[in-house]
Design a binder for this molecule. Sequence first.
Ligand code: GLA
Length: 390
Amino acid sequence: MNDLDPALVQRVTDRFRESFPGEAPRLAMAPGRVNLIGEHTDYNDGFVLPMAIARAALVAFRPRNDGVLRAHSIAFDATKEAAIASLAAPGGHDWFAYVAGVLWAFASEGLPVCGLDVVVDGDVPIGAGLSSSAALEMATARALCAATGSPWQPARMAKLGQRAENAYVGMNCGIMDQFASAACEPGNALLLDCRSLETRAVPLPKGVAVVVMDTGARRSLAASAYNERRAACERVVAEIARTKPGIAELRDVSAEDLEAVKTRLDETDAKRASHVIAEIARPAALAAAFGEGDLVKAGRLMKESHVSLRDLYEVSCEELDLITGLARRQPSCYGARMTGAGFGGCGIALVDEGDVAAFCEEVLFGYKATFDLPAALYPCRPMAGAHLLE
Ligand code: GLA
């Protein structure tokens, strides 16, 4: 069911024993994700097509009966604690805030909570656009449900995780990352309607692999640039809604609606909105291309998405443009694009399965000739969402 690195499981279990002697812990995991297409559409009530990857956050946990959260992070070699009753938003931006924020969100919605000893670790690279934070949130939520005997409801948990991140951590993200981490199925990408939260499992076409292309570039200003993009989308909706009823999000806006008000909009805001409106249609189109086995069309959609993110939404960067361009030049590659929020992080490519090793080698070689960054390329299969390891 999962390809979790056994060394990671061992490390977390061992550290728990050292940090919190006593009864053995239980283990909850939640994966990171790549998004195949549908970028910056989730907070516009659009569609996305993510899949969970075999890199995950892992939480070893044991309930406490005094209402205290004691957490140790292996990655940061730090221990922090707080009384759950004293948690209040906003609660900070560090690793502990993702754990505490989930407990806060549970408590503030009246769901059962209990004190916990936890050790957290993972192998989703931090800041690489593979959703290490959503993975930590969903692994914490999975642990908390198990500790309190609450049923695991992936969609509800994803919303709680998003709330923790929006209100407690202060990052205004959409629902995609938490939803993918909570609800993905092995072997399938997940076509998600971010308005209704309806989903459809989308199998990948036979014979192709999804390759993650980590540029090694990390951007520190990503959060403010992200929030600015979101605000631009909201301004366009507000302007259109002045004259057209029934417009709540860019999901409700057509290319013609946008054209009709263009002269009343800031030029940059109009560019942002035109990306979102076209991108909202791409997840269903890519799912259809996969269903028809039309990999040429799939590749074309991926390229269109990348170009739109680069030129209209302006969230790509030189590293992402180079690595996706190098990928497209390989004969074994059908298409490539950036994935996630952008400003660094990862691209993805659709590659003939038999040629993955040569593909990775060629692209890495070309990339390293320009950028001296810790880049890495690896294929990934669609994995299961959050679960207990028992
Ligand atoms: C980040 C956010 C998501 C989504 C993507 C862009 O990963 O957390 O909600 O908006 O960026 O598609």
